[in-house]
Design a binder for this molecule. Structure first.
Ligand code: SF4
Length: 354
């Protein structure tokens, strides 16, 4: 791994044009290179409309590091495909491709590991290894699409990691993925999920992007939420909701709240009533889902009876909600499970082997 080489795939077309001028080349080569990068070129020699001299020059200044697919699992139940990618330095991340009536959606990871420590999450178990680069985010979309042969039309940043904890790289990824000369996936087809880093939510809101912000709520009260999500210690639910209100005022975009129903923890009648009070009358949408089992965690998904009682209270309370089906239940599709099982089975390969 040559650390002197620069990450060309994380560059915007404007930056590529400047690079071409620096190299004494014509600006239009930037467009050719950006197109090859978007098509998933694995090597500069694939860029056959560039002269050999320019390709050689590029090799002396930049690197390309396509991820290696280490595992691929496809659900027999619903066709969901989960990838475990091995990155340039041996780190591993996951992506999941899901097919819906409205198109194919990819869930991408934003970090190798996560430091947010949510009690129900496999990604939190080993802590944070490092942030992903914009190119590593983009490559999950490009190479998943190439492998599965399905056109990806939607992106959700809901895989391993907290996207707003890798703010600058994620913003650059959004710019690259939505670029008209690139994958051209519009902001309205992108969702960003956060555990609720309120300062970053405010910062993102100031940009006025038209993406969908999805907030992992998982409990309506501080006691339960802090038990599940340590991030709640900073400001609590009240500060989170205030930040969400500001975000809506700035962007006009309705926020989605995620709520994984956990047996006996956040699925009681009391929780449902408090949730009604918290969300009623505001322009939010609530996505309920059953918790995915994580082998190392004690937490279990709610029973059918609890779900029925919980959702009845929400319906009676006029809360706008959807109870989502779980995709890929037979392939460990929850965040971080595949990476975790790989790390546990091959601890010596965890990093630095690339
Ligand atoms: S749920 Fe998200 S924020 Fe929480 S530990 Fe897992 S990856 Fe991190």
């Amino acid at each position: 791994m040559n650390e002197m080489l620069a990450d060309i795939k994380s560059m915007t077309p404007t930056e590529l044009r400047a690079e071409m001028l620096l190299l004494g080349e014509r600006e239009f080569h930037a467009g050719q290179i950006f197109a090859w990068l978007t098509r998933g070129a694995r090597d500069f020699d694939e860029m056959t409309d560039l002269s050999r001299a320019l390709r050689e020059k590029l090799k002396t200044r930049y690197y390309l590091a396509p991820p290696e697919p280490e595992r691929r699992r496809e659900s027999r139940l619903d066709g969901t495909i989960k990838y475990l990618w091995r990155l340039r330095d041996g780190e591993r991340v996951e992506s999941v491709v899901m097919s819906y009536r409205h198109g194919n959606t990819i869930c991408v990871s934003s970090q190798a590991g996560c430091r947010m420590g949510c009690a129900f999450c496999a990604s939190a178990l080993g802590g944070l290894s490092r942030n992903l680069t914009p190119s590593e985010l983009l490559d999950q979309v490009i190479f998943s699409e190439k492998d599965c042969g399905k056109k990806i039309s939607n992106i959700v940043l809901m895989g391993i990691g907290e996207p707003l904890d890798n703010y600058d790289n994620v913003l650059r990824f959004l710019e690259l993925a939505s670029h008209a000369d690139g994958m051209n996936i519009g902001m309205r087809h992108i969702s960003l999920s956060t555990c609720g880093l309120t300062e970053k939510v405010d910062k993102l809101g100031d940009l006025g992007l038209q993406l969908t912000l999805s907030v992992s709520l998982h409990a309506p009260d501080d006691l339960t939420r802090t038990r599940l999500m340590p991030v709640n210690k900073t400001g609590g639910v009240a500060a989170l909701m205030a930040s969400c209100r500001r975000y809506f005022e700035k962007t006009g975009r309705r926020i989605s709240f995620e709520y994984a129903l956990i047996d006996g923890v956040n699925d009681t009648i009391r929780h449902a009533r408090e949730l009604c009070r918290l969300l009623r009358g505001a322009p939010w949408h609530l996505n309920l889902i059953l918790l995915n089992n994580v082998a190392e965690r004690e937490l279990r998904p709610s029973s059918k009876e609890s779900v029925a009682a919980f959702t009845k209270i929400l319906t009676d309370g006029h809360v706008n909600f959807t109870f989502r089906r779980r995709l890929g239940a037979d392939i460990d599709a929850a965040c971080g499970q595949l990476r975790r099982s790989r790390i546990l089975s091959a601890p010596s390969e965890r990093s630095g082997q690339g």
